[in-house]
Design a protein. Structure first.
Length: 310
């Protein structure tokens, strides 16, 4: 199993995805841009960067893999650690490619050099949009062609031709003026006819609306009313078993609770950078309080209720 697919999935929804013991992929939204040299237009996108200092496990990737593969959280961590070890081993000798994300190399100082892929746009609002090239308008080239044509066959008449205007040109000019006047008169006539049609259409529309308002519709066998009750479950109430500075201690606590039969979870980091572990989570405040009282009596008096608004 490769974890690149799961990292890619999460990058569409989150701005930061951390791979434990390796680093974090951070995305920043950038607006549309144009390359004036290649005349290429690019849609808005997310620009990927890599931060090797973001190594602490926040539970996001492991929880997603566990849910997608229907395996335990600890098994998901084992898969991530195995993949990371494989990456680190390969980087000692060669460049590695993380599918749809980018490539890594190791410099002389032992630091990771990340080159993001340009084929994937993680900005969902730009889904389906691709770059395109619009050729530049070559005004100077066209001017040069016109100048060449004028040299071969001059467009401007000579001085002698300016003094004598042929009779057929005069007649043609007069005919053009008469035709223009006739065209203007016909356009005015069309405008009047169009306005008359609009007025008539509005009158007919008003009659139809009046008839609809006065009509009474009776359905002998009406269809029964269908009521759909859709409820979205959101687990906002969490009974906290503890918060740990070291992620390894949080994972040990999680396994202890799972072995006891609790539907325990790692909730990620709080604002003090402590990893929180819950006994159970509820979408009902009353159920959460009742369960908390039981846990306080049977498991730990230090258990408390965390309320998260999503």
């Amino acid at each position: 199993m490769t974890i690149a697919k799961y990292i890619s999935d999460l990058l569409y929804r989150y701005e930061c995805v951390i791979v434990p013991n390796f680093g974090g992929f951070v995305s920043n939204e950038i607006s549309a841009k144009v390359n004036h040299f290649t005349h290429t237009f690019y849609a808005p996108s997310k620009q990927l960067t890599f931060n090797s200092h973001l190594k602490n496990n926040d539970g996001l990737l492991a929880n997603y893999i566990a849910s997608a593969e229907n395996i335990s959280y600890l098994k998901a961590l084992e898969i991530i650690n195995k993949e990371v070890e494989s990456w680190k081993s390969s980087l000692k000798n060669e460049e590695i490619e993380v599918e749809n994300i980018g490539s890594f190399t190791l410099n002389k100082g032992g630091n990771y050099i990340f080159e993001p892929t340009s084929s994937t746009n993680y900005l969902t609002s730009s889904f389906g949009l691709s770059s395109y090239v619009s050729p530049a308008i070559k005004r100077i080239t066209y001017k040069e062609k016109v100048a060449q044509l004028e040299t071969i066959a001059p467009i401007l008449p000579s001085e002698e031709k300016k003094r004598k205007t042929p009779a057929f040109i005069k007649y043609a000019a007069a005919a053009a003026i008469i035709f223009a006047l006739g065209t203007l008169g016909f356009k005015e006539y069309q405008k009047i006819e169009y306005n008359n049609l609009i007025v008539e259409a509005n009158q007919q529309q008003q009659k139809v609306e009046k008839s609809i308002q006065e009509a009474t519709f009776v359905i002998s066998n009406p269809l029964p009313t269908i009521t759909l009750n859709l409820t979205k479950e959101t687990f906002n109430y969490h009974i906290i078993a503890g918060a740990f500075r070291e992620p390894e201690n949080a994972e040990k606590k999680l396994q202890q609770l799972v072995d006891k039969g609790f539907d325990a979870k790692i909730l990620g980091l709080n604002k003090w950078n402590l990893t929180q572990v819950s006994y159970e989570s509820f979408n009902s405040k009353n159920d959460a309080i009742n369960r908390l009282n039981v846990i306080k009596k049977t498991e730990s008096k230090d258990a408390w209720l965390l309320v998260k608004e999503y």
